[in-house]
Design a protein around this ligand. Sequence first.
Ligand code: NAD
Ligand code: DAU
Length: 331
Amino acid sequence: MTRLLVTGGAGFIGANFARLAVSRGLEVVVLDKLTYAGNRKNLAGVDVEFHEGDVCDEALVDKLTRTVDAVVHFAAESHNDNSLDDPRPFVDTNVTGTFTLLEAARQHDVRFHHISTDEVYGDLALDDPQRFTETTAYRPSSPYSATKAGSDHLVRAWVRSFGLRATISNCSNNYGPYQHVEKFIPRQITNILTGRTPKLYGTGEQVRDWIHVDDHNEAVLTILAKGRLGETYNIGADNDHVSNKQVIELICELMGAEGYEHVADRPGHDQRYAMNSTKLREELGWRPRYTDNHTGMRQGLQQTIAWYRDNESWWLPAKKRTEDHYRERGQ
Ligand code: NAD
Ligand code: DAU
C-alpha cells in the first residue's frame, strides 16, 4: 500500500496523520472541504496532493478513489456541542459522506479504513470500572455520536454484504498540535494565553480517556499494515481515571495560571469513556508512547502547550469567533 486517500486531511487528526504518513514514505492525496475546522496551513510544508471538496461529491470521490490503494476516512463534523446546535451537517458528512466513499471503494475494490470514536458505545457511570471493548453494544447519546455509529454500521454492512476490504478503529479523546480551539484542551490553553479564564462544564467530574494524536495515528498505520480485514480495533492509552477537573488543573499548573470557572453544562453530557485496547496491543503489537506518571498526560500536555505558545498566528483568527459562540450558550 503506497498511495492513500486521506479524507479530512486538513483537520486536526487527519493533518497529523498526513504528516506522519508522508514522513514514512507514503504518497498522500488529501480530500477536504475546508470547513471552519479545516485549515490548509495544517499541511504547510508537507508534500501532499490536495483537493478541496466534499466527501458527498460522488464524481470527485470516484475520481480520487480510483487512483489510490487505500482510503483512510477521517473527514467528519466532529464537535458534540455543534451537533446540539445544528445536527444537519453531521448527518450529511458523517453518514452520507461515508456512504459515498464506501460506494467508490466498492466500485474500485480499494482497501478502506474508517476512523471512528469511543462515543459510539455511549457512556459509563463515573463509578463503573468497565471499559468499552469491540463487542460492547452501541448506545450513542448525541447527534454527533449517533452519526458516527451510523457510519460504523454502514462500513460493517459493506464488509459483510459486498466483501469490502475494510477495517474500523474507535479511538478515545485526542489532544496535540493543530486541534481547533473549540475543543476542551486547546480552548483552555488559549484561554490562558489570551488572559481569559479556563471554562469547566458543570462539575468537571466527567472522565475522558485522553490519548496523544501521534499515538492514535501510529495505531491507524499499524492497522492499515497488519489489521485483519473486517475487524474493529479500539484505540486508547489507559487514561480513564483523569477527570476534566484534573485536566484543567494540570493545564493551569503547567502554565502557571490560577483558577478556572464552572460554566453551563453540556445537555446530555456523557459521563465517562474508557477504552480497552487489548486487541490492538496483543494482536498487532501497538503501544502508546505518551504514558508518563499518574495522569499519563504531563509530557504530552507540555508539548501541546509549547506548540500553542509558538503558533499563535495559527489559532488566534478562530479564537474570538469561537468564544463569542460559547458565550451565547452560557459556556
Ligand atoms: P476536525 O473537526 O478537526 O477535522 C475534520 C476535517 O474534516 C476538517 O478538515 C474538515 O474541513 C473536514 N470535513 C468536514 N466535512 C467534510 C466534508 N463534507 N467533506 C470533506 N471534508 C470535510 O476533526 P478531528 O478531531 O480531526 O477528527 C477526525 C476524525 O477522527 C473524525 O472522524 C472524528 O469522528 C474522529 N475522532 C476524533 C477524536 C477526537 O478526539 N478529536 C477521537 C476519536 C475519533
Ligand atoms: O471521545 C472521542 C471524542 O472526543 C471524539 O469523537 C470527538 O470528535 C471529540 O470532539 C471529543 O469529544 P468530547 O465531546 O469528549 O470533546 P470536547 O473537547 O468537546 O470535550 C471534552 C470534555 O471536556 C467533555 O466532557 C466536555 C468538557 N468541556 C469541553 C469544553 C469545550 C469543558 O469542560 N469545557 C470546555 O470548554
